[in-house]
Design a protein around this ligand. Structure first.
Ligand SMILES: *Cc1c(COP(=O)(O)O)cnc(C)c1O
Length: 425
């Protein structure tokens, strides 16, 4: 599959049936797997042979779908997780432990911010947050001797900032640590962060990859490029023997291409068990088969709606990186030349009350805590996800009281614009 274009990988990657085998990925709805001898099974437990023994760690359906996403991103190995939250937690915790530190972009998904700043902080991992458009000096100053990774989102949810992946990769590599990119909003159809120097990619597959609002899920992909052994003192978990696996040293036994995902599966999935169900992996694969067709339409609708809003005298401001004049337009052109995503945010003139009234009047576009599926939806953070905050606190996290986040689905753009227009009127 390596030499095929992204569209072909979306449809046929990850699974090649043999003679007489199912054309569609089979759902292996089984917790466990049968072996003839204890020796056979022992080899699996020692990571001496590859195979399946228990679905808390691995399942063939998941592995077909993970292999497809690895091919789409241009990586060497991947694993599915039960959610995007689990993917980001595992990706960091696989290399950062109590006493370590991570540099993260400040414009990231709220759930990820809580995970880092509150929950992982309680586990003894410290985070320093830097703005996506910080100066090189500010970025440099964020590193410490115990820094183990740099993290950011290609297109941030919901801030819609575009990360200069190349610049952040350079800074990470100058400090001998990997760059982890959450590529949820761009998807590998829009941007492949490994081509710009990122080392690990994560996804909330719940969003565009599934694309139908059917299944929560996540994914971690390894580029296979980061040399753990060359920085062995920083990454003892990968570069020294694992007592819980009979003294295996992951980076030695599985090399740059396989160490990260093997350790993440063998240790973290074994111990935390946030596996995606094979049934959900099957739904995810159905979404992936049409991802390249859908993303083009999401972007087309996003741009049409953003242009309409920009022209409207009832709208104060519009943020959408594909709009000429947007602060992140040049970065969007560089990293997502075919369009960023279908999510647009804007401010309704008249403040909090006007935004609430406007949303009540929408007929086609539903109010939901979701983005990135086939049906258009919108959210007013000031009265939903951020309702405990007053106006000053909202501004501190980059949200105005009139901000509406709109996720453009796959409907006809003229119908979406007509719905917005009648509600604004
Ligand atoms: C939704 C989202 C997550 C969390 O994913 P879940 O599947 O909801 O756990 C992480 N990162 C980004 C960018 C997201 O949009």
């Amino acid at each position: 599959m390596k030499d095929y274009k992204i569209e072909t990988k979306c449809v046929q990657g990850g699974y090649t049936p043999g003679n007489g085998e199912p054309r569609q990925i089979p759902i292996v709805q089984s917790t466990t797997f049968k072996y003839a001898t204890s020796e056979d099974m022992g080899k699996l437990f020692d990571l001496e042979a590859s195979g399946y023994f228990y679905t808390r760690l691995q399942n063939p359906t998941n592995d077909y779908v993970a292999a497809k996403i690895a091919e789409m991103e241009g990586g060497t190995a991947a694993m599915l997780t039960s959610s995007g939250q689990a993917a980001n937690f595992y990706a960091i915790f696989n290399i950062a432990n109590c006493g370590d530190h991570v540099v993260s972009c400040s414009t990231i998904y709220g759930g990820t911010y809580n995970l880092f700043a509150v929950t992982m902080k309680k586990m003894g991992i410290d985070f320093t947050f830097v703005a996506p458009d910080c100066t090189d000096e500010e970025l440099e100053a964020a590193f410490r001797p115990n820094t183990k990774a740099v993290f950011g989102e290609t297109i941030a949810n919901p801030a819609l900032t575009v990360l200069d992946i190349e610049r952040f990769a350079k800074a990470a590599h100058a400090h001998n640590v990997p760059l982890i990119i959450d590529n949820t909003f761009a998807t590998p159809v829009g941007c492949r962060p490994f081509e710009w120097g990122a080392d690990i990619v994560t996804h909330s597959t719940t969003k565009y990859m599934d694309g139908h609002g059917a299944a929560v899920g996540g994914c971690i992909v390894d580029s296979g490029k980061f040399d753990w052994m060359a920085n062995a003192e920083k990454f003892p978990g990968l570069c020294t023997p694992d007592d819980s696996y009979h003294g295996i040293t992951y980076a030695e036994k599985f090399g740059k291409e396989g160490a990260f995902i093997t350790k993440c599966t063998a240790q973290l999935m074994r111990d935390f068990g946030s596996i995606q169900s094979p049934q959900n992996a099957f739904y995810l694969n159905l979404g992936l088969e049409s991802l390249h067709v859908r993303m083009a339409r999401h972007c087309e609708n996003g741009l049409a709606v953003a242009k309409f809003l920009q022209e409207s005298d009832k709208i104060e401001w519009v943020t959408y990186a594909d709009l000429p004049g947007d602060k992140y337009h040049d970065l969007a052109k560089k990293y997502c030349p075919n369009g960023t995503c279908g999510v647009v945010s804007f401010g309704v003139k008249g403040g909090r009350k006007a935004a609430e009234e406007f949303m009540k009047k929408l007929r086609l576009i539903a109010i939901e805590t979701h983005v990135a599926d086939a049906r258009s939806c919108c959210l007013h953070p000031a009265s939903a996800t951020h309702r405990q905050m007053n106006d000053d606190e909202l501004i501190a996290c980059g949200i105005t009281n009139n901000l509406v986040r709109l996720s453009c689905g796959l409907e006809n753009a003229a119908d979406l614009i007509a719905d917005l227009e009648q509600a604004l009127n």
